[in-house]
Design a protein around this ligand. Structure first.
Ligand code: KG4
Ligand code: ZN
Length: 337
């Protein structure tokens, strides 16, 4: 069964065609990073306009790459949330139009769930192990999720304020680094000397599996302020701040993952979201966690269409429910649905 995946939740327009949930036949992404970089973050109105401009040509390009024609598609899968309302509407409206024209079923896919599915797709159908722990590390979400099976999740913990990727972006902004900040922080941290200072990890009282990243961002802000502001930072200062920041967030993350796997009997850990591109995260994960770890393969950490197409196939298999007339965008979706 060929599933077409459409992703427009935020600032990436993406399409992909996936066979039976796992085999990627074609995938295209149009990133809007350059468009938003000058504003230091995503401008929703601009994101929507760009989605409208590129979505149809992107579909044509994806079909070409997959060597298939539109009428060979069996299922249309679209990310229906969480995300920016206008951006979601464009993807969903486009997907509905296509499904209607092709007389094929339409399913909605949870974008966050799809980030976790990206690493399941990458590990391959025959290597999937459940129950597992899912760790979502994206620009908008940070969650620990118990995965009983694809489609059966229980939220264990999440952030009470900033998401982990958002913290990377905000710390980068404090140091006047380009948006998105994650890759810049990583690059700086890689060449840093051992910092002679540290930043505190966020503690959420009585919630051992919950995260708080806004305090660490404020600690970085004060640290930079004490040094006379961002313009006074020399390269070495920036490198050490980046390293100390990364050290603090990853230590906190691994501490909470270890707490979780000590209590929940999971057999593997699936990581998802843009922050999983970080090499230090992957290195420390391999050293500190004693379970099989799965990360998204190349081009599947950030927002992409393949994770939507792949997971859409599972949604269809499970529900067989055509959502053509009922699917609505949901800017927030609880995890267990
Ligand atoms: O998952 P994603 O595409 O966005 C959401 O769905 O929210 O992830 C984007 C986030 C941004 O915050 C970006 O700074 C972060 O992923 N990111 C990284 C790295 N590459 C991207 N964070 C840390 N290290 C990286 N190498
Ligand atoms: Zn995402």
């Amino acid at each position: 069964m060929l599933s077409l995946g459409i992703e427009t939740t935020c600032d990436e327009t993406a399409c992909a065609i996936v066979r039976d949930g796992f085999e990627i036949l074609g995938a295209s992404i149009s990133s809007q990073v350059d468009l938003h970089a000058q504003f230091g973050g995503v401008v929703p109105e601009l994101a929507c306009r760009r989605h409208i401009e590129v979505i149809a040509p992107l579909l044509v390009q994806t079909l070409k790459e997959a060597h298939i024609t539109l009428d060979e598609i069996d299922l249309v899968s679209v990310a229906s949330g969480p995300g920016l309302i206008g951006a979601l509407l464009i993807g969903i409206t486009f997907a509905k139009g296509l499904a209607w024209t092709l007389k094929k079923p339409l399913v909605g896919v949870n974008h966050i769930e799809a980030h976790l599915y990206a690493s399941m797709m990458s590990c391959g159908r025959e290597n999937l192990q459940f129950p597992a722990l899912g760790v979502v590390l994206s620009g908008g979400h940070t969650s620990l999720v118990l995965i009983e099976d694809i489609g059966r999740y229980t939220l264990i913990g999440q952030t009470v304020d900033d998401a982990i990727g958002e913290a990377f972006d905000k710390v980068a902004r404090i140091m006047e680094l380009p948006y998105p900040g994650g890759p810049h922080i990583e690059a700086l941290a890689e060449c840093a000397l051992e910092p002679n200072f540290s930043f505190p990890a966020g503690v959420v009282k009585a919630c051992p599996y919950y995260f708080s990243f806004s305090g660490i961002k404020t600690a970085v802000l004060y640290h930079v302020g004490r040094g006379g502001g961002p313009s006074k930072l020399v390269a070495q200062d920036k490198q050490m701040i980046a390293r100390a920041f990364q050290e603090a967030v990853f230590s906190d993350l691994f501490e909470k993952i270890k707490r979780t796997i000590a209590v929940y009997p999971v057999r593997a850990i699936y990581f998802g979201g843009g922050v999983t591109q970080n090499k230090e995260l992957r290195r420390r994960g391999g050293l500190e966690l004693s379970l099989p770890l799965f990360f998204p393969m190349k081009d599947m950490s950030l927002d992409n269409g393949a994770m939507i197409a792949g997971l859409g196939w599972h949604v269809w298999k499970r529900t067989e429910q055509d959502r053509l007339f009922t699917l609505e965008p949901e800017t927030r979706i609880p995890f267990h649905r």
